[in-house]
Write a protein that binds this ligand. Structure first.
Ligand code: RTP
Ligand code: MG
Length: 178
């Protein structure tokens, strides 16, 4: 069964705008199905603050970047991942040459798992992160500021709607999502 939430629509940069009303259709799994009535497309994406950014004390700055954009946080949890969870999460990369190094890095310490929502958040969060290699990421992006190298690049973000859907539910149950 779907639940319905009637609320203010989203204005520029995803901030709430009381001039637009929107109807949000949410599945019991916590998936946002559809927005009616608002001028924008709301999405959810899955983000990780990776072990080096936690260790170096950048959680606050990364959450500030999320809030500054007008995105909202709907799931939030610390976890220390194990090999099996990392393998399942990065299933598309398991056969690649860089995978052992990636796995070792993700095992290093706790990570922060997040579900964030906003207008076009999937693409915009990847813009805020910057490209995969911190050395090539634009100045001001999170990977440029907090990444150490191609592997230790501080943050993760889903790359497409289907990936976001899979990744959100890989780590969060409906009960964990608001
Ligand atoms: P992510 O999935 O973490 O958001 O990063 P991405 O889409 O920008 O990059 P992707 O190609 O999906 O790679 C996943 C993660 O693997 C590590 N990596 N290492 N040493 C290497 O050649 C290499 N390439 C990728 C990075 O941690 C990257 O974020
Ligand atoms: Mg990726």
């Amino acid at each position: 069964m779907l639940s319905f939430k009637l609320g203010p629509g989203m204005g520029k940069k995803g901030r709430q705008n009381s001039r637009h009303m929107s109807l949000r259709l949410i599945q019991p799994s916590g998936t946002l199905v559809k927005i009616e009535g608002g001028p924008m497309t709301l999405e959810r994406t899955f983000a990780i603050v990776k072990p080096n950014a936690i260790k170096n004390g950048h959680v606050g700055e990364i959450i500030s970047a999320i809030e500054r954009e007008g995105f909202t946080i709907h799931g939030l949890r610390m976890a220390h991942l194990n090999k099996e969870l990392i393998k399942g999460f990065y299933i598309e990369h398991v056969q690649k040459k860089f995978y052992p190094e990636l796995e070792e890095f993700m095992l290093e310490g706790p990570v922060l798992l997040m579900v964030i929502e906003g207008e076009n958040v999937i693409a915009r969060w990847r813009e805020i992160m910057g490209v995969t290699d911190p050395a090539k990421a634009a100045p001001g992006t999170l990977r440029r500021k907090f990444g150490d190298d191609l592997t230790r690049n501080a943050v993760h973000g889903s790359d497409a709607p289907a990936t976001a859907e899979r990744e959100v539910h890989y780590f969060f149950s409906a009960f964990d999502l608001v």
